[in-house]
Design a protein around this ligand. Structure first.
Ligand code: 5GP
Length: 119
């Protein structure tokens, strides 16, 4: 799937629309989900143009991949969820229910969010 630079997260990266930023470095941006499903619901995205987690894993250079997971770990600590735990979700493609075609990791926590449910 080709990257669509009109997707909402590309617009957030270009600062065409606002976000509640919680973290930024050269490779990564993280911001609050507009429709939070838990007390902590952060979206962590690479600044590079990757459609999905598999696109990112295959096509991103190693420094971008390392930066992404280092940032995620920092964000989890900053959000105060590393002790009690959290869930990371990368919805992917049609069957994965992905709405925004720019790779993003949901970080959910701040309460017990129960078993993983697949319906
Ligand atoms: P997906 O279903 O693609 O995994 O998740 C997309 C997420 O992006 C959803 O949880 C949705 O609430 C969030 N979202 C959609 N539009 C915006 C927006 O304009 N700003 C923010 N902060 N989140 C958004």
């Amino acid at each position: 799937m080709a990257y669509d630079d009109q997707n909402i997260f590309a617009k957030i990266l270009r600062e065409e629309i606002p976000c509640k930023k919680v973290y930024e470095d050269d490779y990564v941006l993280a911001f609050e989900d507009i429709d939070p499903k838990a007390p902590v619901h952060i979206l962590v995205i690479p600044k590079g143009a990757y459609v999905s987690i598999d696109d990112f894993g295959i096509n991103a250079p190693a420094d971008e991949i390392v930066a992404f997971y280092k940032a995620l770990a920092l964000i989890v600590k900053e959000q105060g969820v590393e002790q009690d735990g959290f869930r990371c979700i990368a919805n992917t493609g049609v069957h994965g229910g992905q709405e925004v075609p720019h790779f993003h990791m949901h970080v959910l926590g701040g309460k017990a969010i129960g078993p993983m449910v697949v319906s």
